[in-house]
Ligand binder design. Structure first.
Ligand SMILES: [Mn+2]
Length: 478
């Protein structure tokens, strides 16, 4: 966004949102980030890539089976294949597999001397990395998830959480993009990478500010003619891409159409993004839409059940806590997201795994750091991890009553409120023309739509239906 095209009212809102900054517009839409300052071990990745090419061995790219992870696989494949590497992508199946790098998925694929490179994945994969090392492979992890020692003994660990700072806002695909475009600068402004990183980042609900805002502003200028047919399909499905949009609109139209887990399009979307076959893309997108509607019905039924079963004691602390013993595999995160949206607060969904143990998926809003919350009670879990907005855990508990007690007392003690307070940017005598503020879009986590108070009413800028308008609501717009 060109700073000059901001309305006076928009400038005022930026001043209010960035009170410490001399130039709020630059804080909001920063210049080209110095990627390497946020990425530890970047020099190791550079050396490992040079070395694997010299050895004549391949790169095995291990992703994560959500939109962020798949977008990261696209980034890795596009850059590395074009740079002359041999690359094999692996998509884990988290609906049926334990989280982490699974030796079973690497057997027969990962050879001695290969480089195992992960994206959006792997910072907890102690066992998987050990296996890959004994196999004689080199390993570099790229991830953005909260670190939870013991860390895997990889040759390199590129996770901005190690150093802190603005890079911690990046999604997993953003981390790999930043790493590879630092090493191979000619990819910095690639239209396909910018499109895919925007989709992966918005899908992962990372904050739309700082380094992500920089990426989204470059994304606004992509040339459709430079995209594959598959990516053009996705960009055409992107609501109001060339005017004003929010992350929630994109997740409703694209991310949830692709879906996650059983019966979703997640295993086909990588091929889709690389495809130049118009007929196949059209048919595949239609199929994904149909399945997404079916998943929507199923989710509606489960949501109904979950709403009736939410825990009254957790409720009193402002958190939605639901235990369902018959939740279909892979639906926990989607259900937690939906509960979070319906009740406008954090949610924890616990279900029974096929081996009888209890595991959970969580989502949050406001200043409640979900990964931080789970890690504050990590002694109770066999594994826990994720990020600010979305996290999960596995445990050895089989008795729900016992795990519930632990969860409730930790919710009560965690020093944040799971119910965000609706923000207000300005108090005015009358509502301004909403089009004066659409220049601040996109809106989403970390940069919410403007909210104006007039009299006793709070109005939130709405972009989702028709032309921009004001709506009386206590919603955050996240
Ligand atoms: Mn991610």
């Amino acid at each position: 966004m060109d700073g000059c095209s901001l309305s006076n009212l928009a400038r005022k809102i930026l001043q209010i949102r960035f009170p410490e900054e001399e130039h709020p517009e630059n804080a909001w839409d920063p210049p080209l980030p110095d990627w390497p300052t946020g990425l530890p071990d970047l020099d190791i990745l550079r050396d490992e890539l040079t070395a694997v090419q010299k050895r004549g061995k391949k790169v095995v790219l291990y992703g994560h089976d959500d939109m962020d992870g798949i977008s990261g696989l696209f980034v890795g494949m596009r850059v590395l294949l074009n740079q002359g590497f041999r690359v094999i992508p692996i998509i884990p199946r988290s609906a049926t597999e334990e989280y982490g790098i699974q030796p079973d998925r690497l057997k027969g694929l990962l050879d001695p001397g290969d480089l195992l490179l992960t994206v959006d994945y792997g910072c907890t994969a102690v066992e998987g990395v050990r296996w890959a090392r004994t196999r004689g492979a080199r390993i570099v992890i790229t991830d953005h998830h909260t670190l939870n020692p013991p860390l895997p003994d990889a040759h390199g660990l590129i996770d901005p959480q190690r150093t802190g700072g603005p890079a911690t806002d990046l999604a997993g695909c953003g981390v790999l993009y930043a790493a590879l475009s630092s090493i191979f600068p000619r990819w910095e402004n690639d239209d396909q990478l910018l499109a895919v990183v925007a989709l992966g980042s918005v899908s992962d609900r990372v904050p739309l500010r700082g380094w992500n805002r920089y990426l989204l502003c470059r994304f606004a200028d992509i040339r459709m003619s430079r995209l594959t047919v598959g990516l053009r399909h996705l960009m055409n499905a992107w609501p109001s891409r060339e005017s004003a949009w929010s992350g929630a609109m994109v997740r409703a139209q694209i991310t949830s159409t692709i879906g996650k887990g059983f019966n979703s399009g997640i295993t086909r979307i990588l091929q889709f993004m690389f495809s130049n076959d118009q007929t196949w893309c059209q048919r595949t997108w239609k199929e994904m839409q149909t399945r997404s509607i079916e998943r929507g019905y199923l989710l509606g039924e489960i949501l109904n059940k979950a709403m009736k079963k939410k825990d009254p004691q957790a409720d009193a602390f402002g958190m939605i806590l639901v235990y369902l013993d018959d939740l279909p595999a892979g639906m926990g995160g989607t259900l937690a997201s939906r509960l979070c949206k319906v009740y406008r607060r954090g949610s924890v969904v616990v279900s029974r795994r096929s081996d009888g143990t209890l595991g959970g998926d969580t989502r949050s809003l406001g200043d409640w750091n979900m990964a931080g919350f789970l890690l504050s009670m990590k002694h109770l879990f066999t594994s826990a991890g994720g990020h600010y907005r979305a996290a999960g855990f596995s445990s050895e508990f089989t008795d729900w009553a016992v795990l519930r007690e632990h969860l409730i007392s930790n919710i009560a003690e965690f020093p944040a409120n799971p119910v965000p307070k609706p923000h207000i940017d300005l108090i005015l005598d009358s509502l301004p023309d909403p089009s004066e503020l659409t220049c601040l879009s996109p809106f989403g986590p970390g940069f919410l739509p403007p909210a104006i108070k007039v009299g006793t009413m709070r109005y939130l800028l709405q972009l989702s239906t028709g032309s921009p308008h004001w709506c009386i609501t206590e919603d955050s717009g996240e």
